[in-house]
Design a protein around this ligand. Structure first.
Ligand code: UTP
Length: 466
């Protein structure tokens, strides 16, 4: 093996075991492994493994944190930008074709345990439509509503790319014009053995590689030409959301309007945390900059702090919905180290020295991911906008059977919201009857009120679609 071009470097880093099976590999398998190895920054990997890169002292930061500048639901009308003005400005941006949508769909969806990309999961409570269909139809409906084109950029990873592209093609992009959909693929990071720091072989001819986190979007948008494509189309803001939230309001006019009128470079949609230790990121200000502190990094005594009126001091829970200024993404995407890596302890399948495959039952490896919300402290005039949880957030993280964030909890949240819209418009719905509204029929309560023909009585499972 000593004649392999990377041999010296691998030996110096103590990683030469990855060539253990090289002699027995076919030429194309060797090529694959070579390609993977040449993409790795061994020095960075070592620093990440040993945790020797400077990482923020989250506990200390949390202790000096203050609440972020926010448009709160309670005083939305009286805020420095009124809801009506925000809606007008957002609608104007949409009509002018200045907004694009980004859906990140590169995650491995390990917790859900579905055999395909999570976006293909059949979530619609009555329709059985997949998450991707539900969300893409929201973009199609928004474009129709404002008589404009709203390009959608879908981020995949090597774990999800081929199947996602085939799925979208087979379904004619769920109605999006071909010109308005671009799928781009994020990068990967190798996993390492948590005890030894050694690279892990997932097979004799392949390293264990994992998507580099939703923060990988920044580099991938630049590399794949998405930023350039959007610039040529006159896009000046991107509405970001994740594929695992069927209640995601992608390209919501009011959110876009607050962002534009506040001249914010990055706007974050939040919910009021229901409990202090809720498992969401916490949006706070520290030393004049906005940050999201993960629930796992927030000291309990800080999480428990209350205002005199008994509301939570650290109240703003992130739902991973942002509006980005295009120029902000362009500026930051040129800086390789703008987003730090986070280390996570995970289960990773490996082949041992004898070539036998093992699937561990407990975490055995470190994976390294970047988070897109770490861009927040770089953004000028960042603001947060509060929304009602029941209207915007129903994440699908865990398989059914878990206590929270399952397909069943998300379906129930959709049914509850759609039922509320229909009842507000005058429909009579029998108790326990599931209802679902296609985004192509109505995007919100206002459109339901316009479309619903009265009298309307619903006594069996109903999917309202055009
Ligand atoms: P999560 O961090 O919840 O990960 O992703 P996940 O892949 O869905 O699920 P687990 O943790 O493996 O069980 C939140 C969102 O970010 C996307 C996911 O597709 C999801 O929409 N994501 C995550 C990426 O696009 N790329 C990544 O590298 C990680």
């Amino acid at each position: 093996m000593t004649h392999h071009p990377l041999w010296q470097q691998l030996v110096a880093a103590g990683q030469q075991h990855v060539l253990r099976f090289y002699e027995e590999l076919a030429p194309d398998a060797r090529e694959q492994l070579d390609r993977q190895l040449s993409g790795i920054d061994l020095q960075l990997l070592q620093q990440l493994t040993n945790n020797t890169l400077a990482t923020p002292d989250w506990a200390a930061m949390a202790r000096r944190a203050t609440p972020p500048p926010a448009i709160r639901l309670d005083d939305r009308q009286a805020a420095f930008i009124s809801a009506a003005a925000a809606r007008r400005a957002g609608e104007e941006a949409l009509r002018a074709g200045r907004a694009a949508a980004i859906l990140v769909a590169g995650g491995q969806g390990t917790r859900l345990g579905f055999d395909h990309p999570k976006g293909m999961f059949p979530l619609g409570p009555v329709s059985g439509h997949a998450l991707l269909q539900i969300l893409i139809e929201k973009v199609v409906a928004t474009a129709r509503r404002y008589n404009a084109s709203v390009p959608l950029y879908v981020m995949t990873s090597p774990a999800t790319h081929t199947e996602t592209v085939a799925y979208l093609t087979a379904h004619d992009r769920f109605g999006l014009p071909a010109d308005d959909l671009r799928v781009f693929c994020q990068g990967t990071m190798p996993a390492v053995d948590a005890a030894t720091g050694k690279l892990i072989l997932a097979a004799k001819d392949s390293l264990a590689l994992a998507p580099d986190g939703h923060g990988g979007m920044l580099e991938a948008m630049n590399r794949s030409g998405v930023l350039e494509h959007a610039r040529e189309r006159g896009i000046d803001l991107f509405c970001y959301g994740q594929v695992d939230n069927p209640l995601l309001q992608l390209c919501h006019p009011e959110l876009i309007g607050y962002h534009a009128l506040a001249e914010s470079e990055m706007t974050t949609q939040v919910i009021r945390k229901a409990t202090p230790l809720e498992r969401v990121g916490n949006v706070v200000m520290v030393d004049g900059k906005m940050h999201i502190i993960e629930y796992s990094d927030l000291p309990e005594d800080v999480a428990l702090q209350r205002n005199p009126d008994d509301t939570l001091y650290v109240w703003a829970g992130s739902i991973a919905v942002h509006v980005f200024d295009a120029a902000f993404l362009q500026r930051t995407s040129c800086r390789a180290d703008v987003l730090p890596f986070h280390r996570a302890h995970k289960q990773v399948t490996y082949v041992d020295a004898q070539g036998v495959r093992h699937t561990p039952t407990a975490p055995n490896a470190f994976k390294f991911e970047r988070f897109i919300f770490d861009l927040l402290p770089q953004a000028h005039n960042a603001i947060v906008v509060e929304s009602e949880t029941a209207e915007v957030f129903a994440p699908v993280k865990n398989a059914d059977g878990a206590a929270t964030d399952t397909p069943t909890t998300a379906r129930n949240a959709m049914i509850r919201l759609h039922r509320r819209w229909l009842e507000a418009a005058g429909a009579q719905i029998a108790d326990g009857t599931p209802v679902e509204i296609s985004p192509l029929w109505a995007l919100d309560a206002e459109q339901v009120a316009e479309r619903l023909e009265l009298p309307c009585t619903i006594s069996q499972p109903t999917f309202l679609s055009p």
